[in-house]
Design a protein around this ligand. Structure first.
Ligand code: AMP
Ligand code: ZN
Ligand code: FE
Ligand code: FE
Length: 291
């Protein structure tokens, strides 16, 4: 079992990078990737913990890109966490969150929910503050039962406190991941476009922009999705990846590391081609484990 899509306290997860690796080791997960939104700041702690606990580890990132058919999440696996170009781009993206977050707060206040910035921030340990932090603060105030309810009533696209932030294009996201020596892979593609002929056409365009991988295994995919995405990957020569998108029970209830909603099983066989591509880079730990 492997799990190449995990979030920590450096973005909107509830476990520190070290806690994620410890949990993976105790569950017998052989390889993990830290894919926080818009930051690689957790990578040094994560890779150190992987080396100490004998788990194969990839430093990673998840970048939201703007497309004409909605937001597309792009994973960077095996990125060099010290790469300056990546760092600069991520700083710019995080700044666009600050403006968006202020607007969300204003909208919630106008709707009669006077949340303070301090309350929202108290759920975030680093400088990536996202909507899940707003959702947790709203639940803590008793204004909703669950974070999912906060999203549907207030925070998702079309809801009254939603505010669009500036996002890079897919080409920009792919380019910066590759500049940092990582594999750029589309995350949970079926969440972006549900119809396979259209998805396939869109993937062709992304491949021309440098895409190298695609996430087939994800809790939001059923077995038909997995099979179709694997076929697309095979035909286009893309690396296949997969993971639980674990954030912690308080953020994504019912999603566990390794097993997702219960039936996820990301095969170990995905590891070898990924290691062949990024295994020499500074965004990778675990050569010793694999030998
Ligand atoms: P942000 O990066 O601030 O735009 O927030 C994105 C995060 O919100 C991701 O971790 C998503 O998993 C989470 N999210 C997005 N839509 C929903 C939803 N409808 N219900 C629960 N969580 C969501
Ligand atoms: Zn998240
Ligand atoms: Fe995502
Ligand atoms: Fe994610």
């Amino acid at each position: 079992m492997i799990d190449l899509h995990l979030h920590s306290t450096y973005s909107d997860g509830v476990d520190t990078p070290r806690e994620l690796v410890a949990e993976a080791a105790s569950r017998g997960i052989r390889a993990v990737a830290l894919t926080d939104h818009d930051t690689v700041d957790g990578a040094p702690e994560f890779l150190d913990a992987c080396r100490e606990l004998g788990v194969v580890g990839f430093a990673g990132v998840e970048i939201s890109a703007q497309t004409d058919v909605g937001t597309l999440h792009i994973l960077g696996l095996g990125v060099d966490p010290g790469n300056a170009e990546l760092a600069n781009t991520l700083v710019r993206i995080r700044r666009s969150r600050e403006d968006r977050n202020r607007r969300i707060l204003e909208k919630l206040c106008a709707l009669g929910f006077p949340l303070t910035w301090e309350e929202v921030q108290s759920y975030a340990e680093d400088d990536v503050v996202g909507r899940p932090h707003f959702a947790r603060a709203m639940v803590a105030r008793g204004w909703a039962e669950t974070t999912a309810e906060v999203f549907s009533r207030f925070l998702e696209k079309g809801a009254p406190a939603y505010f669009e932030r500036l996002k890079p294009s897919p080409a920009e996201a792919i380019a910066v991941i590759r500049a940092a020596s990582g594999v750029a892979a589309v995350a949970h593609p079926a969440c972006w476009i549900y119809k396979f002929p259209e998805l396939e056409r869109r993937i062709d365009g992304l491949v021309r922009e440098g895409l190298e991988g695609i996430e087939a295994y994800h809790p939001s995919h059923d077995s038909v999705d997995v099979a179709e995405i694997q076929r697309i990957a095979r035909e286009k020569g893309l690396l296949v990846t997969g993971g639980s998108d674990y954030h912690g029970e308080e953020v994504k209830p019912g999603i566990r590391m390794g097993t997702g909603a219960g039936s996820l099983l990301v095969p170990d066989s995905l590891l070898e081609p990924l290691v062949a591509r990024v295994g020499r880079g500074s965004g990778f730990a675990g050569k010793e484990v694999l030998q």
